[in-house]
Ligand binder design. Structure first.
Ligand code: SAM
Length: 270
């Protein structure tokens, strides 16, 4: 796709160069035939067109180089994950809407370091299967809950989760009033008896639900976090997630660490 885009841009660039050469010839001819006044403005317009086009090409090349870095990171992250444990089930498709391997690597690294006893995920999917398989492979008795507001995806993920300590909870969005504003977030009724959350992973709900869609996670779950709790928020390259972090930090004492992953992952510590 990207390769195609690059070729299309280059062929567009060649066509633009040929057309511009033709225009310059016409302008010179007009000058020669006694129609002055067109040459300089014409040349200025053509130059401006080329500057814009060159800028666009530089942008595209930068994007492609960044994609290459991310692609390599995804392969290396999967390799690292398979070195840590052998999953018994095939992972569902990754990236795009689903999480990316470098995000899963961050999750597994924190599972290893933290040895969490209670894990809660906002937004189920591949990450739930990864966590469930890691817990199974190390024989952990930790409890793992993953919320999903869409029954279809909750069911799909549930089918992939074979560890009985992992629960995929269908949790339709519910209205909440938080500090005088209305928000929609997962119905957390099913988490009523869950507390001392050591690892909270926030990768949902999707951004099209509302502005700063993941903001309610902390106000609604902060009281349930353990003292050593770690929060992992994905998609923090987006302005919405950046302002969510600012709002959380304004009301809670949190330390923040940004990690260079495909979508930008931020780890927050109490
Ligand atoms: C960012 S995704 C959650 C990703 C999950 N943590 C993972 O690693 O795959 C957020 C939500 O999008 C929804 N979703 C998953 N796959 C989808 C798809 N193919 N199209 C639309 N929505 C999808 C699910 O409801 C999911 O909870």
């Amino acid at each position: 796709m990207n390769k195609q885009k690059l070729y299309t841009t280059f062929s567009f660039f060649k066509t633009a160069a040929a057309l511009s050469a033709l225009c310059v010839l016409v302008l010179l001819l007009m000058e020669y035939l006694g129609h002055p006044g067109f040459l300089l403005p014409g040349l200025a317009l053509i130059s401006l067109g080329f500057i814009i086009l060159s800028f666009r090409i530089v942008q595209l090349i930068y994007r492609l180089q960044l994609d290459r870095v991310h692609d390599t990171n995804q392969v290396e992250s999967m390799q690292w994950i398979y070195q840590q444990f052998q999953p018994k089930v095939a992972f569902p498709p990754m990236r795009v809407i689903a999480g990316s391997p470098d995000f899963f690597k961050v999750i597994v690294e924190h599972c290893i370091e933290l040895q969490p006893k209670v894990i809660v995920e906002a937004g189920s999917g591949v990450s739930s299967v990864v966590i469930s398989e890691w817990l199974r492979s190390v024989g952990s008795d930790a409890r793992h809950y993953a919320l999903d507001h869409l029954e279809k995806y909750a069911k799909e993920t549930e089918e992939k989760v074979v560890n009985s300590n992992s629960k995929i909870l269908y949790a339709p969005l519910k209205n909440y009033n938080l500090s005088g504003s209305n928000w929609q977030w997962y119905d957390i009724e099913e988490l009523a008896n869950v507390d001392s959350i050591d690892l909270l992973i926030i990768d949902g709900p999707p951004e099209d639900i509302q502005k700063e869609a993941r903001f309610p996670a902390l106000p609604l779950l902060f009281e349930k976090l353990s003292d050593k709790a770690v929060i992992i928020l994905d998609d923090t390259n987006r302005p919405d997630e950046q302002s969510i972090i600012k709002r959380w930090k304004a009301t809670h004492q949190l330390k923040e660490k940004y990690l260079f992953t495909e979508k930008g992952t931020t780890v927050l510590y109490k």
